[in-house]
Ligand binder design. Structure first.
Ligand code: APR
Length: 237
C-alpha cells in the first residue's frame, strides 16, 4: 500500500495596511492614517498624475523610503510558517514587499508594488526601481516618463479576476489588517465558499455582513496571527 501524501489544504490570506502597521508603515484610515494627511485626489488618481507628476512622484518616493526602512513583523513571519503545512496564497492590498521579505512565496499585489515603476505608454513595461526614487525625466525603454507601478483610485485592478478564483478555492480564509471598504478588492470575501472557515484579525470592530463560518479575533496582527497560525499548525487534519 503506497503512502499517498495528502495534498496540502489551500489557505488564502487577504491582507491590508494593518498587517504592516507594526512595521512602522502607516495605514490609511486609522486616526493617524495617510489619508488624514494627504488628499487622495491630489496624489493617488490618474487626474493627480496629469495635474502634478512631481507631487505624485514625491508622495510615492516618500512612501518607498518608509518601506525600505521597515522590516517584516511577527505577523508576516507567522504566515511563512503556515507554508510548512498548507498551500498558502497571499492576496494583499499592500504595495510594500514585507510579505516577500519575510519569505512568503505566493503573493498577489492587487494595488501594485512600491518597488516597481511602469511605462506610461505600455503598461506591460514594468521595471524594478534601483535605488529608491522615480524622478521627472526617468523614462522607459520607449522614452516615456516612468510612473509608480501602483493602481490609483479609478483605475482597473488587473489581478482581481485571479484573486477571485484563488478565494473561491480556499479551504481556509484569513483576513488581516483591512477595513474592507475599498472595492473591488474588498469584494473578495464574497467569493469564498460559505462552508470555508474564515478568520478576521483586527484590533478594531470591522463591519462584515453575512459572512458564514467567520471567527473574529480582536487583536493586533502581531499577536493574533501567530496565535492563529499555531492553532492551524497543530490541528490534526
Ligand atoms: N494589526 C491588525 N490590524 C490593524 C492594526 C494592527 N496592528 N492597526 C490597524 N489595523 C487595522 C485597522 O483597524 C483597519 O481595519 O487595519 C485596517 C487598515 O484599514 P485601512 O487603513 O483602510 O487600510 P486598507 O484596508 O488596507 O486600505 C485598502 O485603500 O487607500 C487604499 O489602496 C489603498 O490598499 C489600500 C486600500
Amino acid at each position: 500500500m503506497s503512502m499517498s501524501k495528502q495534498p496540502k489544504q489551500k489557505l488564502v490570506v487577504f491582507t491590508g495596511a494593518g498587517i504592516s502597521a507594526e512595521s512602522g508603515i502607516r495605514t490609511f484610515r486609522d486616526s493617524d492614517g495617510l489619508w488624514e494627511e494627504f488628499n487622495i485626489s491630489e496624489v493617488a488618481t490618474p487626474e493627480a498624475w496629469q495635474k502634478n507628476k512631481a507631487l505624485v512622484l514625491g508622495f510615492y518616493n516618500k512612501r518607498r523610503q518608509q518601506v525600505l526602512n521597515a522590516s517584516p513583523n511577527a505577523a508576516h513571519k507567522a504566515l511563512v510558517k503556515l507554508e510548512l503545512k498548507y498551500d498558502v496564497h497571499i492576496i494583499t492590498q499592500n504595495i510594500d514587499d514585507l510579505h516577500e521579505r519575510a519569505g512568503s512565496k505566493n503573493v498577489i499585489h492587487l494595488h501594485g508594488e512600491i518597488n516597481k515603476s511602469r511605462s506610461t505608454v505600455d503598461e506591460n513595461l514594468v521595471y524594478p526601481i534601483k535605488g529608491d526614487t522615480i524622478k521627472l525625466g526617468d523614462t522607459c525603454e520607449r522614452g516615456s516618463q516612468l510612473r509608480p507601478h501602483i493602481v490609483w483610485f479609478g483605475e482597473m485592478v488587473p489581478m482581481m479576476e485571479i484573486a477571485y478564483e484563488v478565494a473561491a478555492s480556499a479551504d481556509i480564509f484569513i483576513v488581516v489588517g483591512t477595513s474592507l471598504v475599498v472595492y473591488p478588492a474588498a469584494g473578495i470575501v464574497d467569493y469564498v465558499p460559505t462552508a470555508t472557515p474564515k478568520y478576521l484579525i483586527d484590533p478594531h470592530e470591522i463591519q462584515v455582513h453575512g459572512l458564514a463560518n467567520l471567527k473574529f479575533i480582536k487583536e493586533k496582527a502581531s499577536i493574533g496571527l501567530p496565535q492563529l497560525v499555531n492553532e492551524l499548525l497543530n490541528t490534526s487534519n
